[in-house]
Structures are given as C-alpha cells and as structure tokens.
Design a binder for this molecule. Structure first.
Ligand code: ADP
Length: 161
C-alpha cells in the first residue's frame, strides 16, 4: 500500500493546495494532508480551523485524510507508515528551500522519498500569504479560495466587504 503525506501550514488552504491534493491522491492509495503545528509562525487560523477547512475542501476524495502533527516530518511519516512526502513547486524560489529540506529528510530517514508536483499554471503565483495580503486590503480573493474560506479570512482580518 502506497501511503503519502502532504505537509504544510495551509494558513489558509488555497486552490493551489487543492490542485496538488487532487493530483497526488490519484497516485497513491492513501494521502494524509497534514497540518504542521508550528508555534514559531504566527498563523491566522488555529490548527483545528485549518484541519476542518481542509476536510471540507477534500470531502470528495475518498483516500484523503486530514491530520495535524508536530515534531520532525520524517518521524511523523514513519509513524503513519508513509514512504512518500508530497510537495508542490511553484517557482524557482521554492526550489532551493525544498531541495534542502528534501535532502535533509532523506539523510535522517532514507526510507522516505519526497516527490514534487509542479503547480498548475493558473496557480503558480498563488500562496496563502498572498491571499491574506490581498484580503487585508479588502481585495477579492474568490479566485484563490472557496467562498467559505474567503469569508473566514475577511472575518479574521476584521475586513468588511
Ligand atoms: P509551508 O509552510 O510548508 O510552505 P504551505 O501551506 O505554504 O506550507 O505549502 C505547502 C506545500 O504546498 C508546499 O510544498 C508549497 O510549495 C505547496 N504550494 C503552496 N501553494 C501552491 C500552489 N499555488 N501551487 C502548488 N503548490 C503550492
């Protein structure tokens, strides 16, 4: 059984993330979308909020399960019996960071491999940070996230539209 983990902050989840989830879930038997509990960052949404948003957006995918984790990703992969880590690559700027993490993870646990999916062109500019930035100026984020998430972002940022 091929088990993969797609880790990230997902603060909030965007259509770019969903695209990676839909495509990678077809390649494996089971895909865990796992929200990193990282106290160092200053997130807009709590872990529970992010988990439930992702659950809702992925409810049409039978082999996808949403979880949260902290600690080392490779340790979590081992715990979940996952041999594959999925990451998305948008631009060259993602590459250096992703390569460093993937190589480090392989040294720590050679049984786990990272696979990269290139972003679909229409989402190549899209990031959670951009979504929050546009929303903070009361901009339209309806092309980036579903309506429910968009409303939640505006509410969190205290933006009236
Ligand atoms: P992190 O904090 O780990 O970078 P993110 O939630 O920002 O978490 O992203 C999780 C993963 O999804 C990363 O591999 C990132 O490159 C990828 N990703 C984010 N946005 C997109 C997008 N628009 N298209 C493809 N992949 C994306």
């Amino acid at each position: 059984m091929k088990i993969a983990i797609y880790p990230g902050s997902f603060d909030p989840m965007t259509y770019g993330h969903l695209d990676i989830i839909e495509r990678s879930s077809k390649m494996v038997d089971k895909l865990y979308v796992s929200v990193l509990i990282n106290s160092a960052k200053n997130p807009l949404f709590s872990i529970d909020e992010r988990v439930s948003m992702i659950k809702e957006m992925t409810s049409h995918l039978d082999n996808v399960e949403v979880t949260a984790f902290d600690g080392l990703l490779v340790d979590y992969a081992k715990k979940m019996n996952a041999s594959i880590i999925v990451r998305g690559l948008r631009a060259v700027t993602d590459f250096e960071y992703e390569l460093q993490i993937a190589q480090t993870n392989r040294i720590v646990n050679p049984k786990v491999d990272t696979i990269f999916l290139t972003t679909s062109l229409e989402y190549s500019y899209l990031s959670s940070t951009i979504v929050k930035e546009v929303a903070s100026y009361a901009g339209d984020i309806s092309k980036f996230v579903p309506k429910k998430i968009a409303d939640a972002v505006y509410t969190k940022l205290n933006i009236k539209r």
